[in-house]
Design a protein around this ligand. Structure first.
Ligand SMILES: [Zn+2]
Length: 699
């Protein structure tokens, strides 16, 4: 069976009542979004769609034929109208006169902008000639797992014929580009009855007279492939189970141990973010008899290996006799071996004009009995790389069930990976933000300062884990940050910083979600007021528990994680002006805050040799958004100054030297400074963010 975990057949989702009043480009958009909504039809960012539309030329008013085709970048599932490139068909046809042959096909890409219709700024993709030269009004090019399973089989041509007869043709592997466009045109001319064509090691082309017919054909052909695999596969997938997976919580715990070590070993100039996937599809593959044969063969489809590298790294771990320490120790050796292999591959295949070797580290790490770990420059890329490897697993499952699975020949794979046009695309990518690839854990993350800090770090590219004891506020904060920065870069954990067990769990979660840690902002806090003779032991203990012990517990765990990773780190304590300056009737609070400040200094001393910097930010009277400044404490402070609670902020403003209110975002800026490389040479320091208070001057 190809994939027994979802309803196997694709549904025809075309709704004619919705498309009735649409223009042809709108119907193309509708069709594209429908196709892209199911990853079994095409993988993320893979595939493209087109329509040839007659419309008036903006300059002459003459009716001209325009190719609307998905432009460079983006995904058909989420594409909008501005994602399509538009080109004059007559000019695209005229390009044939300029074509000097396959050795020069890459130069044709530079002509595409000259064919632009209506000054459309969307760049045309490398696949444009494939759509232009298929002499049909509507064309879909998809990368369905079920078709690629045929395309990646040793006898892919014979299989295509067996399943589809003369309805669907077959073309041998050819890198997408101008030449493949001409092949497709020739195929259509010679096979007028064909409704599509399978491209070896690549995917599917289908076409139709109308947008709806084209869509129906695409769905029908993929469904036929799915059905055929269901009927033909003999025996269990991947030759049956070889090992049993560990229980889910153990899998996650093992991943959380391995990921920071891997991250430390592969993070050179660029920090990497991790992703862990132990879905049934992944476990079936990594626990199977066929793993050792199939995994080293590499992924078959260019789209797959551009994201996953050709081969995954196999982590030496036996779930039958699990020895996690041995697996951790073995990582350095296997990662070095992988890099050497990759360098050798580069040396074997490189051409005189090849771009310099890229990062030789693996993207995909398979851990038998545990799951798949991926690492990339950001979370979305790591997650998408994992999705692509799942596509590759589906392909290997299908191909190996009916035939012999075959990866792409090494040189072809290399030529795609180091294609100059791909290199140009990489060079055009925007420079990463200052905290890209960094992972931050913020305790008290749902409060005013915590949220402002998380926002500030995420705005500069960090992945942020919000930790808080207030579940309701945490859910709201999580939703707000996801909305602002996207779901990939925000996580939240329920955390009572005084519980050793909860602290361990929060760091395990952080490691399993993102692969490690770079920044800890210890911010969880409370406040209290009472004259010393009225201070109950429970109040004293509560202050010390959260502010001193809590800071100790999270710092200790951060140290353990950062030392495992061995790439330095930044710890920032949110203390208080009151840690430096005594304040009446708040001895428990002030003493605990002073303990925090001194703990930070001690940790700065211990962390230095590991590149771990520890600094303190002292806010004062940050009322807005603060959970501390609600209720009793606010009333107590107001009463102490003989005023109404809502007069407090103004009181503190006037009391400050600069006559300014201190806001959460002001504190966040100071945290950002210490957390970022701007403060790479600062440790053991204190910054007051209090609008000026002479009593708190450090000395
Ligand atoms: Zn393709």
């Amino acid at each position: 069976m190809l994939d027994h975990r979802q309803p196997t057949r694709l549904a025809n989702l075309w709704d004619a009542s919705r498309t009735a009043g649409m223009s042809e480009p709108e119907r193309l958009l509708y069709r594209s979004n429908l196709l892209g909504s199911d990853k079994r039809i095409t993988n993320y960012g893979g595939g493209n769609t087109s329509a040839k539309v007659i419309q008036p030329d903006p300059l002459t008013g003459d009716e001209v034929e325009v190719l609307w085709v998905k432009g460079s970048g983006g995904d058909v599932g989420t594409i909008r109208m501005d994602g399509f490139a538009t080109l004059y068909m007559d000019k695209l046809k005229a390009l044939k006169a300029l074509y000097r042959g396959v050795a020069h096909e890459d130069e044709m890409v530079a002509y595409l902008p000259h064919c632009t219709f209506d000054l459309n700024p969307r760049a045309a993709s490398i696949d444009t000639p494939l759509h232009a030269y298929v002499p049909k009004p509507h064309v879909d090019h998809m990368h369905p797992d079920a078709i690629i399973a045929i395309a990646a089989s040793a006898d892919s041509k014979a299989l295509t014929e067996k399943i589809f007869g003369s309805e669907i043709g077959w073309l041998p592997w050819k890198r997408p580009g101008y030449e493949l466009g001409l092949w497709l045109e020739k195929f259509c001319m010679e096979n007028p009855q064909a409704r599509g064509v399978v491209l070896e090691s690549h995917g599917l082309f289908t076409w139709g007279e109308t947008a709806e017919r084209c869509y129906e054909t695409t769905i029908e052909i993929i469904n036929r492939a799915i059905a055929w695999f269901e009927d033909s596969a003999a025996g269990p997938a991947f030759g049956g189970e070889k090992t049993k997976a560990l229980p889910a919580d153990r899998r996650r715990a093992v991943a959380a141990r391995l990921m920071p070590v891997i991250r430390g070993l592969i993070s050179g100039e660029e920090r990497k973010i991790g992703h862990f996937d132990d879905s049934d599809t992944v476990l079936e593959f990594i626990d199977s008899n066929a793993l050792e044969v199939l995994a080293p063969m590499g992924t078959s489809c260019p789209d797959h290996f551009l994201r996953t590298k050709i081969r995954p790294l196999m982590v030496d771990f036996d779930p039958a006799t699990p020895d996690i320490d041995a697996a951790v120790t073995g990582l350095a050796e296997s990662i070095t071996a992988y890099r050497k292999d990759y360098e050798a591959y580069y040396e074997r295949c490189k051409r005189p004009d090849s771009p310099a070797m890229r990062d030789p580290n693996a993207v995909v790490y398979l851990v038998p009995g545990v799951g798949m770990i991926t690492f990339a420059r950001d979370k979305a890329t790591a997650r998408i790389s994992a999705e692509f490897y799942v596509n590759a697993i589906n392909v290997m499952r299908g191909a190996s069930s009916v035939s012999t699975y075959r990866g792409l020949p090494e040189q072809e794979a290399f030529d795609i990976e180091y294609w100059l046009l791909e290199e140009a695309k990489l060079q055009r990518m925007p420079r990463p933000k200052a905290l890209a690839g960094k992972i931050a854990l913020v305790t008290g993350g749902a409060g005013g300062i915590g949220m402002a800090t998380a926002r500030r770090l995420a705005a500069d590219g960090a992945c942020v884990v919000l930790a808080d004891i207030d579940k309701t506020a945490l859910a709201a904060a999580n939703a707000e940050l996801c909305e602002a920065f996207g779901k990939d870069v925000v996580r939240s954990v329920d955390l009572d910083v005084t519980s050793e067990e909860a602290v361990l769990a929060a760091f395990t979660d952080t490691a399993a979600e993102y692969g490690g840690l770079d920044i800890l902002v210890s911010n969880a806090g409370i406040s209290s007021a009472a004259p010393i003779d009225e201070t109950e032991l429970s109040l004293w203990n509560r202050n010390l528990g959260i502010l001193a012990t809590g800071y100790f517990l999270v710092s200790r765990q951060a140290f353990r994680l950062l030392k495992t990773q061995n790439t330095g780190g930044a710890i920032v304590f949110i203390a208080s002006k009151n840690g430096l300056a005594a304040s009446p009737n708040a001895s428990a609070y002030c003493t605990a805050k002073a303990a925090e400040i001194h703990l930070a200094r001690c940790l700065a001393l211990e962390g230095a040799e590991f590149g771990i910097r520890v600094n303190t930010v002292n806010p004062d009277a940050v009322l807005r958004g603060s959970k501390i400044w609600t209720g009793e404490w606010r009333e107590q402070r107001a009463a102490a100054y003989n005023m109404a609670p809502d007069e407090l902020e103004e009181h503190y403003r006037k009391r400050s030297m600069l006559k300014l209110s201190v806001l959460p975002q002001d504190v966040a800026e100071a945290v950002y400074f210490f957390a970022s490389d701007m403060a790479a040479k600062s440790t053991g320091n204190i910054v007051n963010v209090d609008a000026g208070n002479a009593q708190a001057f450090t000395r």
